[in-house]
Design a binder for this molecule. Structure first.
Ligand code: SAH
Ligand code: SF4
Length: 345
């Protein structure tokens, strides 16, 4: 069994190198090469041959291979389908903003949570990603576009808190000055709301932005679209969000996909406003992306505006998320679905 070297943190890598009989400082050089997305140890030209041979015989370098790449005609958004060593694929979306490049990465291959509106949820679950495979998505995009990415959102395929250990390790590695050096404040983790894990995350001392997929103002509507809502009530979820703010000082963002006739009435907005009143939060309204087979239709502009106005009356800030790459987007999970249907994994 070869060792996944890119998933090791600095201490682990240093110990591994020293235990192998090599000087400690080599670990730092190796880390620098790994972050540059080299694919073999022989590319590490300032590392002596005997150490390269030792690494080649004991470790592997996790990479994200570009299977497909779609570029938006309207903006600079790029959607990648990446494959890993076992042929499994995930999607990542690279977006250009005034403040720099941002990437939306996947944390699992598929998802177990089964939300009814989500393409990923509908195509089942294969496995969780290693920390190195999350890093590799960022590195591959940086290398392909010759850019430096400054923001990362864990909003691609999968439920980050269902892959807790690996995601926390990834966040530490990605923010390490010896790694990609992306500040924790520039990392956003999106969750469907696995309540005990939100408390655990708050205690990790990694002040990432927490984004909670709420999508409903009450348990009854939430349970219709999100199976996780049967396990944890909205009250329990919001209590965990308050704790996250109290512990980390980070304002929580709520995602609310607006589905016509399901969760977008004025009454729904009023109920939501009442629940969120007084919380340090921000609401992102997302007109739901149509996924084949769901029968869901996005709310119209009038509904969106009405929702924003009702929330504003209670001093809750809400914005409709800017849709980038609308021609290639078709919501996360769909590119892999298409690839699966065409005979890929
Ligand atoms: N599992 C995590 C993160 C990945 S999903 C989560 O659920 O938060 C990222 C976001 O996309 C979530 O807010 C999710 O609810 C939303 N989403 C999924 N399918 C969607 C669709 N068809 N239209 C709009 N948003 C969708
Ligand atoms: Fe999983 Fe998030 Fe999709 Fe729900 S919305 S099925 S939690 S990826």
């Amino acid at each position: 069994m070869l060792i996944d070297i890119k998933s090791m943190n600095d201490d682990e890598l240093e110990k591994f190198i020293v235990d192998g009989g090599f000087p400690k400082f080599r670990a730092k050089q190796i880390r620098q090469w790994l972050s540059k997305s080299v694919e073999s140890f022989d590319e590490m030209i300032n590392i002596p041959k005997n150490l390269r041979d030792f690494l080649t015989s004991s470790c592997y370098i996790s990479v994200a291979n570009i299977e497909k790449k779609l570029i938006s005609r309207y903006d600079k958004t790029v959607k990648y389908l990446f494959s890993f060593f076992d042929g499994e694929c995930v999607e990542s979306v690279l977006m250009s903003y005034k403040h720099g490049w941002s990437i939306c990465i996947s944390t699992q291959i598929g998802c177990k949570m089964g939300c009814t509106f989500c393409a990923t949820g509908r195509s089942g679950f294969s496995r969780s990603l290693a920390p190195s495979e999350m890093l590799a998505q960022i590195e591959s995009a940086q290398k392909d576009m010759n850019i430096k990415i400054s923001n990362v959102v864990l909003m691609g395929m999968g439920e980050p808190l269902d892959n807790f250990e690996n995601v926390v390790k990834f966040i530490r590695l990605a923010s390490s000055p010896t790694g990609l050096n992306i500040g924790m404040r520039h990392i956003t983790l999106s969750t469907c709301g696995i309540v005990p894990k939100i408390y655990e995350l708050a205690n990790q001392h990694i002040p990432v932005t927490l984004s909670v997929s709420l999508h409903a103002p009450n348990d009854e509507i939430r349970q219709r679209t999100m199976p996780i809502a049967k396990k944890y009530s909205i009250n329990e979820l919001l209590k965990a969000c308050k704790d996250y703010f109290d512990t980390t000082g980070r304002r929580v963002t709520f995602e609310y996909s607006m589905i016509s006739g399901v969760n977008d009435s004025d009454q729904n907005a009023k109920e939501l406003a009442k629940r969120l009143e007084g919380m340090h939060s921000h609401v992102n309204l997302i007109p739901v992306n149509t996924v084949e087979g769901t029968g869901y239709i996005k709310s119209n502009i009038k509904r969106q505006q009405s929702f924003i106005n009702i929330l504003a009356e209670k001093n809750i800030t809400a914005t409709v998320r800017r849709t980038l790459g609308s021609d290639i987007n078709a919501s996360c999970g769909q590119l892999r679905r298409k690839h699966q249907i065409e005979g890929g994994k």
